[in-house]
Design a protein around this ligand. Structure first.
Ligand code: SF4
Length: 408
């Protein structure tokens, strides 16, 4: 498969795509020329990130029959081709036209690191120069790809390294699905039957709060779950949220994937500090949303992530309060020994403390697993992701000087 330097070159998207995006800043808000800058003459439409319906409209725009969209969808998302010339069931004339007017991109891989334990971390550069990280964690029974949904994060969870990086922008559906496609490139997984893949699960636990980028995450999840595309079962896709209560129910109804909650504290005063979004949606509201999560059952339990911080949230009383809070919610608890990062103010709980905490949970019949730290030597472990991207102020994007901006 052609790879080359493979820049995920930004291309203008058809107007119907702009219409579906949310009020959050859009990709081209951050390009030279400012928001909704006019597409450059001769530029091409990026097909990665288009849903089936959007691809049908794109084919119609090119004067082609609708079924062409299915063929192209299969080549892009099932076979993983990046060159129109490889689409052998499409006429040569159409292939040439597609090559002139469209592109099939990937994020540009800046660095690819492999940890001693086999964990892989990629630093990816997007078309506008911003960077995000994607991590692959191989285990005996499964392989989990951890994708990012934003550049930076609007939230400032005090134990999380990403939280020290200011939010820059939301990722597009293509940039999110593109992380899965890049990983399949790197692991040589095109096209592979689902029972023979290294990447078996996709989790939205990388950089960013996915429910603050709802529309693009939903579009990406649709591509990831599509049986004729990337083809992950919805039980193998997990959305992890810090607790954006109004979007939790909506995600359950519309995306129907597994849910994980970054809980980390059992009392509002402490959770306000660890996960500041708790001030907006406190524990009672969050747990009510969890109880209402559509199709919640023993087979589809909610995972509660709980980072173990020495002397902060790891007492026996905390464990017992956790059990009380989760009563009636089919749950499993993921205890995460804190992964230190430069400048962090917390220490990780002693292994015996983590073990004791887990025993209290398990003695009540609730599954509690202790997450083995992975990829620590390449800073790929949970809560350690961070890129160097910084938000470019509006005046700079518009090509103004700071002084012009101050005068305006
Ligand atoms: S834990 Fe998640 S939501 Fe909180 S700062 Fe880190 S990336 Fe953002």
């Amino acid at each position: 498969m052609p790879r080359g330097p493979n820049p995920f070159a930004w291309r203008p998207r058809p107007p119907y795509i702009s219409a579906m995006t949310d009020s959050a800043p859009k990709l081209n808000d951050f390009l030279p020329g400012g928001p909704m800058a006019a597409p450059a003459a001769g530029s091409r439409t990026e097909l990665v990130g288009l849903t089936r319906a959007e691809l049908v409209r794109e084919m119609e725009r090119l004067g082609e029959k609708r079924f062409r969209a299915d063929q192209i969808f299969n080549w892009i998302y099932f076979r993983g081709v990046t060159d129109f010339a490889a689409m052998t069931d499409i006429s040569k004339a159409l292939r040439a036209r597609l090559a002139e007017t469209c592109s099939i991109g990937r994020p540009h891989v800046v660095t690819a690191q492999v940890s001693q334990d086999g964990t892989r971390k990629w630093l990816l550069r997007l078309a506008d120069g911003n960077e995000v990280e994607t991590v692959f964690i191989p285990e005996e029974e499964r392989g989990t790809l951890c994708v990012s949904s934003q550049v930076g994060c609007t939230l400032t969870c005090s134990f999380c390294h990403t939280g020290t990086q200011a939010w820059v922008r939301n990722l597009t559906a293509g940039e999110i699905a593109g992380q899965v496609m890049m990983a399949r490139d790197a692991l040589g997984e095109w096209p592979t039957p689902s029972d023979d893949r290294q990447i078996t699960n996709v989790v939205f636990m990388g950089m960013g709060e996915p429910l603050f980028n709802y529309d693009h995450v939903k579009a990406a999840v649709d591509l990831i779950k599509d049986e004729k595309g990337l083809n992950f079962s919805r039980r193998r896709v997990t959305l992890s949220t810090s607790g954006i209560v109004p979007e939790i129910r909506r995600a359950g109804a519309e995306m129907r994937v597994m849910l994980a909650i970054s809980l980390h504290a059992v009392r509002d005063a402490l959770r306000d500090e660890l996960v500041p979004v708790n001030r907006r949606w406190p524990l009672a509201a969050l747990l009510a949303a969890c109880r209402d999560y559509p199709s919640l059952s023993n087979a589809r339990r909610i995972t509660f992530e709980y980072v173990m911080l020495k002397g902060v949230n790891d007492s026996d009383a905390d464990a017992r309060e956790l059990l009380r809070l989760l009563e009636g919610i089919p749950s499993k608890i993921n205890l995460i020994p804190f992964n230190p990062w430069p400048g962090s103010r917390y220490e990780t709980s002693a292994p015996e403390r983590v073990q004791r905490f887990g025993e209290i949970i398990r003695s009540a019949g609730i599954m509690a697993t202790v997450r083995t730290p992975r990829g620590q030597d390449i800073a790929a472990a949970c809560g350690q992701l961070k890129s160097e991207s910084v938000r470019i102020p509006g005046w700079k994007r518009r090509g103004e000087t700071k002084e012009d901006h101050a005068r305006a």
